[in-house]
Design a protein around this ligand. Structure first.
Ligand code: 3EB
Length: 331
């Protein structure tokens, strides 16, 4: 039993019997006609001449797929990948909760119900793409509205909000629906925190009434492989944003945070740990014009590692860059 992460030039060329799901980055392609769940995110790709990028999760197990209005999923015996897509337009706000808050709760409750139904209960990694993430609504930033809904769903579905929470990212996209992709497993994850940062689920309430529900990284085993998912990582030390207005300094601080997570991962890993150079990176930049400077700063630290740069809004207005990574090793 194996899991693989690939970046195909053309996802239509993949062997469908092996694909759990894929990402179309840089294009909103809801009619891609691919037979598996696709998360399409409207974050312009900043390298390779604006061509959309594709990434896919593959397995060598037999897969089964299903689809409902707002959810597409694909499972093997041990793994489950899915994408929830929900538009705010038809959702009435209620009890001071915005449509986005309601949708965030609905989306996560939907995911947890599927995980329970499928007997694949452990949520390992979540990709959250939120339209207008820094916008203000009902007196609260939309990212904070999302956090309220997400946290409420974890509680309503009797999930811990501090123990073994998934690795995640949360980025702003210019338009389209709320889009949440997830990878879950039958075996539990081992979540990892960063000693340089306050755990996000313990952020003080100056950042919003409900702290975000994610861990800094997650380790999970698939057959004889160990997978590492490093969450979106920004220029935050303790709980405070650092290097305001300086995108290169924010980038280097973010990489220092990834390195600190890797040092912590090495203590939990069954493989001896991961080098910065051994991971595959997605870098989100608030300003497309920063791409060259950020890429130079990142490659100076991660060497030949694969780095995809895309434009997206980060969940705090002052943050200019967020870096996530994935890796695996035999164990
Ligand atoms: C941070 O460290 C930066 O809300 O799921 C990174 C990864 C961030 C995940 C989330 C938010 C999330 O707080 C933002």
């Amino acid at each position: 039993m194996t899991l693989a992460f690939v970046s195909p030039a053309n996802p239509h060329g993949l062997n469908a019997s092996r694909v759990l799901g894929s990402f179309d980055v840089g294009v909103l392609s809801r009619d891609s006609a691919l037979p598996w769940p696709v998360q399409s995110v409207l974050t312009p790709v900043l390298d390779g001449g604006d061509a959309p990028m594709h990434e896919a999760w593959l397995t060598d197990e037999v897969v089964e797929r299903g689809e409902a209005d707002d959810l597409a999923w694909c499972r093997s015996a041990e793994l489950l990948f899915g994408v929830v897509t929900m538009a705010e337009a038809d959702v009435p706000a209620s009890d001071g909760a915005s449509a986005l808050c309601v949708l965030g709760e609905r989306a996560y409750a939907r995911i947890f119900r599927l995980l329970d139904d499928m007997g694949v209960p452990h949520l390992w990694r979540v990709w959250n793409y939120i339209p207008d993430i820094n916008g203000e609504q009902a007196g609260l930033e939309r990212y904070q509205q999302f956090n309220r809904g997400r946290g409420a769903a974890f509680e309503r579905c009797a999930r811990s909000v501090t123990e073994q929470v998934p690795a995640a990212c949360a980025l702003g996209v210019p338009g389209g629906p709320l889009s949440i992709a997830f990878l879950a497993g039958r075996s539990p994850l081992r979540s990892v925190e960063n000693p340089r940062q306050v755990s996000a689920y313990h952020y003080p309430h100056v950042y919003g009434p409900r702290s975000p529900t994610f861990s800094r990284a997650a380790l999970a085993n698939v057959g004889s492989q160990e997978w590492l998912f490093v969450s979106g990582t920004a220029s935050i030390v303790g709980h405070e944003s650092r290097h305001l207005g300086d995108v290169v300094a924010q980038t280097l601080e973010s990489i220092d945070n990834v390195a600190a997570v890797l040092a912590e991962v090495a203590r939990h890993s069954r493989t001896g740990g991961y080098a910065l150079e051994a991971l595959n990176y997605r870098v989100y930049l608030r300003h497309a014009a920063d791409a060259q400077a950020v890429r130079t700063a990142v490659t100076g630290r991660v060497g030949q590692a694969h780095v995809l740069c895309v434009q997206a809004d980060i969940c705090r207005r002052e943050l200019l860059v967020e870096i996530e990574a994935v890796g695996s090793q035999a164990c």
